[in-house]
Design a protein around this ligand. Structure first.
Ligand code: ATP
Ligand code: MG
Length: 446
């Protein structure tokens, strides 16, 4: 018993450990009503079919920390095939991790089977990385193969208890993020756990436990061996965390940016580029935290923009400024294609850059053509971002803000009078829609 308590407090799970610590509903703050009805129904059905089932992972952690969970995951002792048989509206997915998607109308919950950690050497490569992770196990084993103690808590809707095998409950009370087991070994198995630590700590306001954090700098190189698609997925989660600015600072401090983009480090510099990048990260966080979406292409366009801007070297009096921009875009695109940015995004990124030149021309038929460009909205938002950084005048952004509101039949007339704002007001009355309404209608928002 004493050994078990010591193990829990030091994050050292013992395989011999029998029962978990049970935290009753009098002690914890989770209300049964906070559990998604779909997850609650699935768990109840699995119980009726004679299986164990719990809410697990991020949802339990978020509820204990007072956040609204993004999704609810369920874990059970039923195998994927058994789960599939219980729910008509379900399907087995995944090869490496086989789990079941169970649908309740439009809602979907992932149901996975308790998995065991791997100790057999043939399941890991020479560097200790996990190759397969699909051996079923007990609830206790399932807890200790998870990454952080706060991610290894189970909620039982029947008893309304939280089950804790690794000391995660106390850690939620201390706002502490602690790896389960021996830190270096856990990072060798899966280096992405280091990035997950940064993201979860920044997003949830947790302190990373010193022993969890101390190997980061030395082990940063392990991330170079991670497949780029996985790094990309994790980076997108960082972008969407609402704490990108803080996470980037940590990513750079621990040297993880070498495996992502070296560019991220530029945000630390006191230069014009540094300020621009910090602004980009802050604006991204503001959008996410006010419930708006962020397009990865927009963010990457911004991260690599200082490079394009420098090469472009725009001068108002140069009539060939578009040619210079295209050359700068082509050069920067070579760099882009050497990163993990998916090829499908590169065309969108180039469009956003290209529009920065086209948005400078307010004469003739050009503005109406630009308005019809597929990426106009993203290009316009990007222009606004640049105006916040002092790169272009607010007057230019205001002009485009007004121009979008003009009905197509009135545009030509309006343009004649408003090559620049401050020109004569159109003689004919134009119907204008509110900016708010327009924002809800457009879909190319970043
Ligand atoms: P988020 O709120 O971002 O979804 P999450 O903790 O739920 O956070 P998921 O990627 O959805 O993250 O993972 C679900 C659970 O699976 C985690 O809570 C954790 O228990 C486990 N897990 C995820 N990734 C790993 C990993 N790399 N190593 C070990 N366990 C992991
Ligand atoms: Mg999750």
């Amino acid at each position: 018993m004493i050994k078990r308590l010591i193990n829990m407090l030091t994050g050292q799970p013992s395989k011999k450990m029998s029962g978990p610590l049970r935290i009753s509903s009098d002690e914890h703050n989770i209300d049964l009503g906070q559990i998604s009805p779909c997850a609650a129904r699935i768990i109840s059905t699995l119980h009726q079919a004679g299986y164990e089932a719990y809410v697990v992972g991020g949802a339990v952690r978020d509820l204990l920390l007072g956040f609204v969970p993004k999704d609810f995951d369920v874990v059970t002792d039923a195998t994927p095939e058994e789960v599939r048989k219980v729910f008509r509206n379900s399907r087995i997915i995944g090869r490496r991790f086989r789990l079941v998607h169970v649908y309740c109308g439009r809602d979907m919950v992932e149901v996975s089977t308790f998995r065991a950690p791997h100790e057999a050497s043939n399941q890991k490569d020479r560097k200790g990385r996990l190759l397969r992770d699909n051996t079923f196990g007990s609830i206790n084993e399932d807890a200790i193969r998870r990454d952080f103690t706060v991610n290894a808590l189970f909620y039982d809707p029947r008893s309304e208890e939280v089950l804790d095998f690794c000391g995660g409950y106390v850690d939620t009370q201390k706002n502490l993020l602690r790896i389960i087991g021996a830190p270096v070994q856990r990072y060798r198995e899966d280096p992405v756990r280091m990035l997950r630590a940064i993201r979860l700590a920044a997003k949830l306001g947790l302190t990373i436990d010193p022993k969890t954090k101390s190997p980061f700098k030395k082990q940063a190189g392990l991330l170079d061996g991670v497949p780029t698609a996985r790094l990309y997925d994790e980076f997108i989660k960082v972008v969407k965390s609402g704490a990108l600015a803080m996470a980037v600072e940590q990513i750079v401090a621990f040297g993880f940016h070498s495996a992502l983009f070296k560019k991220l480090a530029d945000a630390k510099a006191q230069s014009k580029e540094g300020k621009f990048l910090r602004l980009v990260y802050e604006k991204t966080d503001q959008r996410i935290n006010s419930g708006k979406s962020v397009s990865p292409a927009f963010l990457f366009a911004a991260v690599f923009w200082p490079e394009v801007d420098k090469k472009w070297n725009y001068v108002e009096s140069d009539p060939k400024y578009m040619g210079a921009l295209v050359r700068a875009i082509d050069e920067a695109s070579v760099g882009l294609s050497q990163t993990f940015i998916p090829k499908r995004l590169i065309a969108d990124i180039r469009d956003i850059w290209y529009l920065q030149g086209r948005l400078l021309n307010r004469r003739g038929k050009k503005p109406s053509q630009v308005l019809r460009h597929m990426k106009f909205r993203a290009g316009y938002d990007f222009l606004e971002l640049r105006s916040f950084a002092g790169e272009v005048s607010e007057e230019l952004v205001d002009w485009w803000t007004r121009f979008q509101d003009i009905e197509p039949e009135d545009r030509e007339f309006w343009l004649e009078n408003n090559t620049k704002l401050g020109g004569a007001e159109p003689k004919k009355r134009v119907r204008r829609r509110s900016r708010k309404k327009r924002n809800t209608e457009t879909s190319t928002d970043p």
